[in-house]
Ligand binder design. Structure first.
Ligand code: NAP
Length: 273
């Protein structure tokens, strides 16, 4: 891609960001679509200063990652209502100097889950009550899904369930539940602790579909054991992909080249599954 005087700049702001796969995914998509745009990673400590820079430099849009997903909200000119309810923003769209915030994490998670489960009239067990659980919980509610939260720290699970207006089940009692899908949003099983799993395999026998939002490793112990007992499964790489697809479509007036983005992402994560 030739960079010239008309090239528009996009990027990701966070700290750290050097490990981010978003530049590979978005640059592949820009290039495939013949867009005169590039996407870079910005290691940012001072988010207030960065926001002023985004405005004055005429940057088209950015992804926002930890630790700025909440801190960015008071600095926006506008916010999407779902992002407002979630209380976290992972995407900025900048037009004529005005910055509007969105959350595409929930869209990515819901689209990934829809690969293995019919969410109409579904009940989904959400394991965890951290930042990702919050975004996914609000997203599932947005889709009309019945959500049940279960978390190691019961009080945190109850607090999230209160905000989502849904049930909270103590982890020790989830064997009594009848659900259509399970989503693991905890970090249990993430590299380097790949021998860990958040729930025992016997509990998976009655759950038709299991999604793990962890993407390193691409197949966690939870997903391996779920496959062994016949569950449909999807890994966290698809949530990552579809949150990026939704970002691309916010920034550009065209459909995202999903297969190009998938290849760019999955080849770097060392799996094509
Ligand atoms: P977070 O806000 O720190 O929440 C962590 C959650 O994991 C909490 O519910 C915590 O429970 C639970 N947890 C941690 N250690 C545990 C253990 N040993 N046993 C049981 N529960 C445990 O983290 P997050 O930002 O939501 O991220 C969670 C995971 O999602 C990470 O693995 C991250 O890589 C992944 N992620 C994936 C994507 C994607 O696009 N695929 C996007 C974002 C994040 P307590 O409340 O009891 O501490």
């Amino acid at each position: 891609m030739d960079v010239d005087g008309k090239t528009r700049l996009y990027g990701i702001v966070g700290k750290p960001v050097s490990h981010s796969l978003s530049p590979a995914m978005h640059n592949a998509a820009f290039q495939h679509c013949g867009l005169n745009k590039i996407y870079l990673a910005f290691d940012v400590e001072d988010i207030t200063g960065a926001m002023a820079g985004l405005r004055s430099l005429g940057i088209g849009g950015v992804s926002v990652t930890m630790p700025h997903k909440q801190a960015v909200i008071p600095l926006l000119d506008g916010i999407d209502p779902v992002a407002q309810r979630i209380g976290a923003v992972n995407t900025l769209l900048i037009r004529d100097g005005a910055i509007r915030g969105y959350n595409t994490d929930w869209i990515g998670a819901v689209q990934a889950l829809e690969m293995i489960a019919d969410l109409s009239a579904a009940t989904v067990l959400l394991l965890g009550a951290g930042g990702s659980a919050r975004a996914i919980g609000f997203g599932l509610k947005e889709k009309g899904v019945q959500v049940i939260v279960a978390n190691r720290t019961l009080a945190k699970g109850q607090a999230l369930a209160g905000e989502l207006d849904c049930e909270c089940c103590p982890l020790a009692e989830i064997d009594h539940l009848n659900v259509d899908a399970l989503v693991n949003t905890t970090s249990v099983g993430m590299a380097p602790n790949t021998a860990a799993t958040p729930i025992s395999q016997t509990l998976l026998e009655n759950i038709p579909a299991v999604m793990d939002i962890i993407y390193v490793p691409s197949e966690t112990r939870l997903l391996r054991e779920a496959k062994e007992v016949g569950c449909k499964t999807v890994n966290g790489m698809y949530m990552l992909l579809y949150q990026g697809v939704a970002q691309f479509e916010l920034w550009n007036d065209c459909d995202a080249p999903v297969e190009v983005m998938r290849e760019a992402l999955f080849s770097r994560l060392g799996s094509s599954s």
